[in-house]
Design a protein around this ligand. Structure first.
Ligand code: TRP
Ligand code: ZN
Length: 902
């Protein structure tokens, strides 16, 4: 995907400040496809007109890897030229009248390994057009602010491609000669070309008719390969729930007669929100209790929701340009997170979902925000837009929306959304437009009063740090809280202005009871929890009538995406862990204690104390959590799970990945041994009975039982007893669902027991025909805790396994990414062999699929933090990749940024 067609010169950066409205509008598009894997013919007939608001200029159409055969203007031949990969037309009709432009091209779907544009997967045609894939199908103004009305005719061999789908409504279908047939689709909504889609192949559908609140009927369909129909029930249920939820919570109904989801096993990302024809990675559609875990079920619900919610936030109102990507992604992630929480139900289950989301943010987005690829939620420039589908755009973007939600309240936010649609339905807009609508609907709110400074969240990269310190005056019963903020420099942004940071807080006494809150100047106390808005570098608040020195519970529910630094004593953290009414902060207190112990051990002069990193009081507190009958299983599982190695690494200036791994493993072993009796009781108490259901409560019980089993195996392996490994193997064999079966297998693999090998073999033979389960089999082995460097040789061996193929992104991710991106203890080898493996795979993948290669390239983003010898060998590996002259723009951008000295 070189910008320069001849591969020469430097790729050019695109800047947000260079935005110009399009010089031409495309009102209608009629596309006719003659589908053939080797050579598909595309006739593109457009109705164009000049944009009267922009100075007259040539029409420049984007195209990529197309064979052009004919160009007609109003039915007659015309002159044109090529400028790089753009088709340039200079002699077009003057004046404001619309005219027809017809372009004939061909492309080769079966040679398309990038999976962008039109490609073939297992004999079926699929498209992927976001962000700039439509230009690989035909010449077009491939930018989201050009919205057109589409009519699409598909023609193909009827036996090989019985199902022909595109966006909108089916208006006509029938047979053609020579065994071919056709289908004609019309999309009643104008859309940008990145939302175009077609699918053609041998597929079957689960169908469901539904009635909306207003009484209109809709047809929902989930298309899969013939053998997979039995695995579509959960996706369909999730889709029905999504439709109902968006109508109930935001008053946003389904605006189409027909809504289709199609699954493919070759897909670069999770799923795509094409209008009325969502295309999904099979991973986020197919599920049965025998083949999918609780996590898979939850992810399917979230992704089905996410793509469906895009129908309004993304499709009805789209992005003006790709710098505004978070306008749709941040908002839609926020919406899917809220959907999952509402589906989970009770406050405790909501908190579990919130903790899970924050864990992702901290272990993936915080490192991104501190590394060479750091960028604002609304970036200022990029080389390859595909590199900016990031956790910052998605997850941090969702946090920005969540803060707005917090500042205006739930009803205020709903009003804001209403105004957003009233103003902008059918338009391509900016993040400013969204923030303005939310603020304007809530005059007088903290958001409206601070809108300009609030929007620094869109413009400034980096994770802000908030330092909190409290001072209690026992004589006056006053408690003064000081909050200070700062933000580290990020590439191109050495200095930051203060952010507007909502800090929700409560105060506890030392017995853990909530104290009434009364700020200086207030007549009476008012509630036990409230939100302070930090908008300067440093601010103070004084609470009065505080009877005793309080323990502050700060940033409840993680009310802002910041690093909060507080000088808690261990005793204060234990109080919060045992009593905080805010479930998030209860979990957080436990994590702070565990992190504190880990950091003490990592920075200790030697490893002689590694067997006793956790002290008696902390172990007791954790045992109490495990035994507490009031707490949900899912919550317990989160409390008892140690901070990830990546998250621990982020706390350190200089990172020795092996030391982090060793300390974390030692802590796990200590937890396993010290709480042995509790783990045993926990495991016994959480045996599910009755039919499998993937709801949050039963999933939580299975997760906790799984953690208990892992701990029992770990402890047994250390103590040399074989009772628990034996029981685990039995569990593995008898399990009634994939969650229990996989957890048992993972427990055996995790402790390195001899029973793991035969279990893995058996698992493979059971599921050898199910690609998604095979992905789990590869991922488990590549992600296993490293023992004496065993993982890399195993990964190399698995690369040669008959079931491995690097061409399928899911399979590549399951083996290569699980090792390079998700297994730091095994990847960061002192002999640099992990890095050599990484550089080879980046190059190998880049020749096939640059988008996937660039994601792998990011595994060494944080190399500058590494201690020697890792740092030097990582730099060498990156430099080896950089030295290749033929890199894609995708990988080139990532590698160049990694090597830049900022
Ligand atoms: N817009 C999609 C989503 O977030 C994701 C997406 C962007 C994508 N680019 C893609 C999916 C390329 C597949 C391939 O829902
Ligand atoms: Zn999305």
């Amino acid at each position: 995907m070189l910008l320069m067609p001849d591969g020469q010169g430097q790729p050019t950066a695109i800047h947000r400040s260079d935005y110009q409205p399009p010089a031409w509008w495309i009102d209608t598009v009629e596309l006719t496809f003659d589908l053939d894997p080797a050579k598909t013919r595309v006739l593109n007939k457009m109705r164009l007109r000049r944009n009267p608001e922009v100075a007259a200029q040539a029409l420049r159409l984007d195209g990529e890897e197309l064979n052009l055969s004919r160009v007609l203007v109003n039915g007659a031949g015309t002159s044109f030229k090529m400028d790089g990969s753009q088709l340039v037309l200079e002699n077009l009709p003057e004046g404001p009248e619309p005219f027809d432009l017809e372009i004939f091209t061909t492309c080769a779907p079966d040679k398309n390994t990038q999976l962008m544009g039109l490609y073939v997967s297992q004999g079926t045609f699929f498209t992927q057009c976001e962000a700039e894939g439509f230009r690989r199908i035909t010449y077009f103004l491939d930018r989201p602010d050009v919205m057109a009305s589409y009519t699409v005719t598909l023609r193909a061999d009827k036996a090989s491609y019985p199902v022909l789908l595109s966006n909108g409504n089916l208006v006509e279908q029938g047979d053609l000669d020579a065994g071919r047939h056709f289908a004609k689709w019309h999309d009643p909504h104008k859309k940008p070309c990145y939302l175009f889609a077609l699918v053609a192949g041998k597929l079957v559908a689960r169908q469901q008719r539904i009635l909306s609140r207003s009484g209109t009927e809709h047809l929902l369909e989930v298309y899969v390969r013939p053998g997979d129909l039995g695995k579509t029930e959960h996706a369909m249920n999730s889709l029905m729930a999504s439709v109902a939820w968006d109508e109930a919570r935001f008053g946003l109904p389904l605006d189409l007669e027909r809504f289709m989801i199609v699954a493919t096993s070759d897909f670069n990302m999770g799923a795509m929100e094409n209008k009325g024809l969502n295309i999904f990675n099979t991973k986020y559609v197919l599920a049965s209790e025998a083949t999918a875990t609780d996590t898979d079920f939850a992810n399917i619900e979230a992704v089905v929701g996410h793509e469906y919610f895009h129908n309004w936030t993304g499709n009805r109102i789209t992005c003006r340009d790709w710098f505004q990507l978070s306008l749709k992604e941040g908002l839609t992630v926020f919406r899917d997170q809220e959907f999952s929480m509402d589906m989970a139900g009770n406050p405790s289950a909501r908190a579990v979902k919130r903790i899970e989301d924050v864990r992702v943010l901290r272990s993936a987005q915080f490192p991104e925000d501190a590394g060479p690829m750091a960028h604002p939620v609304r970036p200022d420039s990029y080389i390859e837009i595909n590199n900016f589908y990031t956790v910052t755009i998605y997850e941090k973007g969702a946090e920005v929306v969540r803060m707005m939600h917090h500042l205006v309240g739930r009803d205020g936010f709903a009003q804001g959304m209403k105004l957003y649609f009233a103003r902008h339905d059918g338009q391509a807009v900016t993040c400013d437009d969204f923030a303005q609508a939310i603020a304007d609907a809530n005059p007088g709110s903290a958001l409206a009063l601070q809108l300009e400074p609030f929007k620094r969240w869109y413009n400034q990269a980096g994770t802000p740090r908030v330092q909190a310190s409290g001072l209690y005056d026992a004589e006056t019963h006053r408690y003064t809280l000081t909050l200070r903020q700062s933000c580290p420099a990020t590439p191109g942004q050495p200095h930051k202005e203060p952010f507007v940071i909502p800090v929700e807080l409560g105060l506890l006494n030392h017995e853990g009871q909530a104290l009434a809150l009364q700020l200086e100047g207030e007549q009476t106390a008012n509630g036990n929890s409230r939100t302070l808005v930090l908008d300067g570098a440093e601010q103070q608040w004084t609470f009065i009538n505080v009877a005793q020195a309080p323990v502050p519970s700060l940033l409840r529910g993680f009310s802002a995406p910041v690093v909060l630094e507080v000088d808690y004593s261990d005793a204060e953290l234990l109080t919060l862990l045992a009593h905080d009414s805010d479930a998030f902060n209860r979990w957080e207190a436990g994590q702070r204690l565990l992190l504190r112990r880990a950091l003490q051990a990592i920075t200790a002069p030697d490893d002689s104390q590694d067997a006793s990193i956790l002290d008696e009081s902390l172990l007791q507190a954790l045992g109490q959590v495990l035994r507490d009958p009031q707490l949900d299983a899912a919550f317990k599982e989160l409390v008892l799970t140690l901070p990830s190695e990546t998250y621990i690494a982020e706390q350190l200036e200089v990172v020795n990945p092996q030391r982090i791994h060793a300390v974390r493993e030692a802590m796990r072993l200590q937890l396993a041994l010290a709480l042995h009796t509790d783990w045993q009781a926990t495991y016994e108490a959480h045996q599910a009975s009755g039919a499998y259901r993937p709801d949050a409560a039963s999933a939580g019980r299975r997760a906790l039982a799984g953690l208990a089993l892992t701990m029992l195996c770990l402890g047994a392996q250390h103590g040399g007893d074989s009772i628990w490994p034996g029981k685990t193997l039995q569990r593995f064999k008898d399990a009634g669902n994939m969650t229990d079966r996989f957890n048992a297998l993972a427990a055996l693999v995790g402790c390195g027991h001899a029973l793991a090998a035969p279990a893995l073999e058996r698992f493979h033979s059971w599921f050898k025909d199910d690609p998604l389960v095979l992905d789990k089999w590869f991922a488990l082995q590549a992600g296993a805790s490293d023992r004496a460097g065993h993982v890399l040789p195993l990964v190399k061996q698995l690369m040669a396994h008959p079931d491995f193929t690097i061409k399928n992104p899911n399979r590549a991710r399951s083996l290569i990414f699980s090792y390079c991106n998700a297994n730091p203890g095994a990847f960061h080898r002192a002999d640099a062999a992990g890095y050599v493996f990484w550089s080879e795979r980046v190059l190998e993948l880049d020749a096939i699929n640059p988008q996937v290669a660039a994601r792998l390239a990011r595994a060494l983003d944080r190399w500058k933090k590494l201690a020697e010898p890792w740092r030097s060998s990582a730099r060498e590996a990156i430099a080896r990749v950089a030295a290749r002259p033929d890199l894609s723009n995708d990988v080139r951008e990532v590698i160049t940024r990694a090597l830049a000295d900022e």
